[in-house]
Design a protein around this ligand. Sequence first.
Ligand code: NAD
Length: 503
Amino acid sequence: MALPPVPAPGKDLLDTARARIAHFNGHFIDGAWRAQDGESIAVINPADESILTHIAAGGAAEVDLAVAAARRAFENPLWANMPAAQREGLLLRLADLVGENLAEIAVIETLDNGMPFALANAMVGGAVSAIRYNAGWPRRLSGENVAMSVPGNWHGYTTHDALGVAALIVPWNAPFAITCSKVSAALAAGCTVVLKPAELAPLSGMRLAELVKEAGFPDGCVNVVTGLGSDAGAALVAHPGVDKISFTGSTATGKAIAHACVDSMKRLSLELGGKSAVVVFPDADLEKAIPAVAMGIFMNSGQVCAAGSRLFVHEDIHDQFVAGLVAFAEKLTVGDGTADGTALGPLISAGQKERVLRYIEAGKAEGATLAAGGDGDVPADSGYYVRPTIFADAKPEMSIVRDEIFGPVLSVMKFSDENFDDLARRANDSIYGLSAYVWTRNLASAHAMAKRLRAGSVKINGSGMEFALPFGGFRQSGMGRENGSEGVLAFTETKSVMIGWSE
Ligand code: NAD
């Protein structure tokens, strides 16, 4: 997906965003900031390792306050009995406010997460679309009339009742977009929420809470508790007042949360990791495919759950394709996301950079051919930068092919015969199944692969996030779906009603 160019943020915009960040004060509970004494967590700008601010290290006590506020809001007749059109209106107002504050939020996202400003603009724009899409649901969550067969006179119908208090736990890689998608789906369904942003990039989620209040939602509908996953996150998962957990993050954390929910049977949606396959047939439009496949792994420095990280290219075009990818990668500017022309920002943290470099060393040691990148040595004194990296001659058993690296590292493999079953078997050979991509001009190849690929999203000849289409994973990429009708229904319980009468 090529992004429209956006000029770098000027000094005034950067100053406004920094002033906004400085004004956040603790947790956002019941419509107001609540300062917390005691421990705090430094939020680092990954572009230069400077401290942006400190956030409160919340735990069980703060989670308790936030869940109580969300419960009161859930039971408040103002919210519980709000006409669907009014709920729609509030969500549309929120979308407008996010749109009006787009540039400032995008700067906050770039400072906090490191992503290039143009990408942050696109992500915040996407968040506006997600909120608008979900704003359409309150008026459409209507259940169905059911034809009844039991003897007598009966009217049978279903309703989709709001689940209650939803805990939304989000990762750092696309924090604002993921947060807005979850928050707007939960509110559209009539839930109230406690959001736990990622400790590595919490700031845009904190800003959203203020905008929710400004939009006119009753206090307590959206609360934010900041802190570590092991403290604030675990306390939310364990809290008896939480009815639903909607989690996006790593597969390892998703499994831990699933285990923790067994006794309470809290409802659970899990959006987890990925190691998505890209298949390029020899008839593909290479002019489009080469830059799209490159940015499909290098966008956001590879820190994208749906990144196409395992590439299968037909032998007839393999060398040309790899040469094209290498030339494209070598032209990408790696640097501070607030600077003009930056295509790849830093990774989120020192730990993430070390992890990615470890995988690059493993790829070399396991015998893959390093075709581009391969080191963290970019011209900057500080910041967590890694160059876009391409390995050719990768093999299915290599760790760079099996594991989710979550960095700008592409592994390329060759295929020779166009047997759809064999090809799909290779593409499906992963514990993950989030997305899959195919490039071909042949309709038969497109349909044959779409049918055989075992992934939650299959995209042919391009990519992009459509909020009306469900998104989620097969296998260990998760449980449940976000977006589309399923994304809102995930915040509801289906109730069946039968009403009898005698004539
Ligand atoms: P992570 O699992 O480390 O953390 C995600 C969130 O969970 C954070 O807010 C963290 O504080 C919290 N957390 C950590 N331990 C917890 C616990 N025990 N209980 C409750 N909460 C806890 O993931 P990450 O490193 O922030 O994100 C990267 C991962 O997210 C990658 O694997 C990526 O593929 C995945 N991801 C998936 C999707 C998707 O839609 N499928 C989207 C984006 C990211």
